[in-house]
Write a protein that binds this ligand. Sequence first.
Ligand SMILES: [Zn+2]
Length: 293
Amino acid sequence: MTTRTKLSKEDFLKRLKANTAQSKTSSATYLPKFKEGETRLRILPSVGDMEPAMFWSIVGKHYNLPGGNAEICRDITTMGEYPCPICEIQRELYRGSDEEKDLAGQIYASRKIYFNVVARPNGDPKSYEGPYVMEAGKTIADGLFALFENSEYGYIADPTYERVTDGDQQFEEGGIDVIINRSGTGRLDTRYEVNPARYGSPLAPSEEAINEILEKARDLTPYVMTGDPEVDREKSADALIVVETYEHLLQKYSMIGDSVEEPEPEPEVEETVVEDAAKNEIQERLRARRRRS
Ligand SMILES: [Zn+2]
């Protein structure tokens, strides 16, 4: 029997694992942008707390915010569970003048779909690089979802691929790579096409290699900050997708949506220069708006 005060081997391993998980966080690698032509990828199954049938995560992102900031949208990222102050500001602006409508359009949250993937260098189904996190836009995500729903291909994220014998019938079962074909390079003429590979294959040549890839893959479950620094520090350490608190975002971006009667809040002393710049920009816009109204 070990006493409670002594660090058991199990506890030691747990701590070691926690440390490894943290160092993994700092090296979050996103899949580089697609070059023109074909890129062969393998979509990975769910890891960590991700639901097995949902091996992706939908992330809303507000771009072009004051100060050049981008923020994760609370509403979209939590599938409507938590309200987003930036969406609320955006909706209010949309009801305003042409200029405000234009601003509303710029900060509107766009949907990104996150997947864990490995790349197949040179299109070779036996090679692998990664895992990476792929941030897919609508076209690629729609193409992938169409494949997932197509019963002809089945569960394409299955890391295994094998020949199954059922009585005197033989068939093959398991995952399939996807091939993404990019044509065009400009903002307006870029097209993406998503196709399944002609033949299925395992994720990696050995079970050991498969396990190693899945171990390194990121848990794409969003972590919603609670506002309690101690809890958040620990729980957000391993999260790739961190959803800020309503109050944090409101404090950072609120002035756009303030009613005209309310006095402007004093700038907080401890805020960073970037946040101050963002605030000044918003306040400037608000002043311009008040002058008009
Ligand atoms: Zn939002």
